[in-house]
Design a binder for this molecule. Structure first.
Ligand code: ACO
Ligand code: ZN
Length: 166
């Protein structure tokens, strides 16, 4: 990586590149209409990271009305991180952390999100460490969540309040 990275909002012409990165990095893959739908509904929390003149990572989210997984099931607006990935040669440079912090700032500002959550494979140590480092806690174990039978941790973090990651 020659000179760091920059973050910006996703745009339609990025779709093929983002889909290719998802395919390269994760077994959970999606149709182009799935990406377009997320982008049309929640454009502010679909963010890409560029380095060396190309997109090298992305994060995409959905905002859901639901119940807090942290505070006794009180009503909450949940920023659900659907997928995040960074291409292998660009890892351990802080790109995923920056993508998470950016969406956890934009989610409350643009969509009044109050809590962030995601599912992650229990064996995905890099990702679990990333989320724990940001302050997420494991709020549930979803047994056999993935197609190959692996369990998921649901991990959650309160966002948008005073003193929280602003
Ligand atoms: N081992 C241990 N800790 C790690 C690792 C690792 N391999 N990678 C990241 N971390 C932790 C560290 O604490 C790190 O801080 P440090 O480098 O100062 O020690 C912190 O996370 C931040 O790391 P970043 O550099 O921001 O993370 P990176 O840009 O490398 O991306 C990611 C991490 C997204 C998990 C990357 O490894 C990846 O794309 N993996 C494949 C796809 C994937 O698993 N995505 C997440 C699935 S879950 C979901 O999408 C909701
Ligand atoms: Zn999910």
């Amino acid at each position: 990586m020659s000179q760091g990275f920059t973050l910006r909002t996703f745009k339609g012409e990025d779709l093929n590149r983002v889909m290719a990165i998802n395919f390269e990095c994760l077994p959970e893959n999606y149709s182009s209409s799935f990406y377009r739908e997320l982008f049309s509904r929640f454009p502010e929390t679909f963010v890409v990271a560029e380095a060396d003149g190309e997109i090298q990572g992305y994060i995409m989210c959905r905002v859901e009305r639901g119940f807090s997984k942290l505070r006794n099931l009180s009503p909450a607006r949940l920023l659900h991180v659907v997928s995040i990935a960074v291409r292998e040669p660009y890892r351990r440079k802080g790109i995923a952390k920056a993508l998470m912090l950016e969406t956890m700032k934009r989610g409350p500002a643009s969509y009044e999100a109050t809590e962030c959550y995601l599912e992650v494979r229990v064996g995905n140590e890099p990702a679990v460490k990333l989320y724990e480092g940001l302050g997420f806690t494991k709020t549930k174990r979803n047994y056999g969540y993935y197609l190959d039978g692996e369990d998921a941790w649901v991990m959650s973090l309160s966002i948008g309040g005073k003193g929280k990651l602003q």
